[in-house]
Design a protein. Sequence first.
Length: 338
Amino acid sequence: MWIVGVEGVRGSERALATLYNSAVAAWALAAAWEIGALEELHRERRLDVRAFAIRENLDESSTVGLFRALAVAGIVRREGTVVTPRERFEEAYRTKSFFHWLTRGSAELFREIPSVLPRANRTGDFYRRDPAAIAYACREIDEVTYAPTFRKALREIDFTPRRVADLGCGSGARLRQILELYPSATGIGIDVADPALEVARAELEAAELGHRAGFVHGDVLRLSPAPEYDSVDLLTCFMMGHDFWQDRGREGAIATLRGLREAFPGARRLLIGDATRTTFADDELPVFTLGFELGHDLMGTYLPSIAEWESVIPESGWELVGMHRIEMTVGEVILVLG
């Protein structure tokens, strides 16, 4: 027989309370960003939550409760209904899109884990996510992780793109970046999700670039040659390269890359920016890694290593002409193919 001391019980209970409260705070952080409150707090360094709720026609009690969750997580300090940033706020603000990806974009996937695990259920469209919310989060995830290195990779291209196609364009942020950088270029955004295309189309119109961009509903993994693709000289594909491996592993990746070469015969460069399999120890995982890798395991999506990418390129009809390692949270890398 053994007896657990009171301090040990309290320590265990406190740890579980922290786990539970952190889960609630993750949802609160994503919501605070989406309603604009987090942005205002970041800009003004002080937020009267009740006044914000009244101004934005939000439920006052719920909005105050939202920030109580952030206070419990050590992100803000509360004095009545007024909140100010604490030491964790800047990192929470920098990584807010990761929380949005998890709680808004992937909520249904994680909610249905018990239903997704049985092998008998893992056929057809066995999981759901919110493509518009994923696109919303990924626009900022891209800015935090890939965008600085992407701009560097673009500067190293030895030609001026005239027509670009962004594969899996999501919210259209990358297509916008390229068209702003190259004022004489036109572009095509291709995505399988209609809600994402609607967001992208609206974004480009708002930026007064709509006349230079067109959008195509299409599956990047199964694109066929088309007249509008013939003049494309630059291809970009970010945050979906791992999907190339989904159906048939290595052979599927080779087939997809060959298919892109056939669909875009004039492409001089293909930039693939994506996550790769990480080797972090369990107690060293940065924010996003666990959710991203578990989420893709649940979806049955294989995450290749950089070495595996390098192994398929010689058989793909492309040549590896450059590589930019980022490896911030999920083994990010930009492969430059020609």
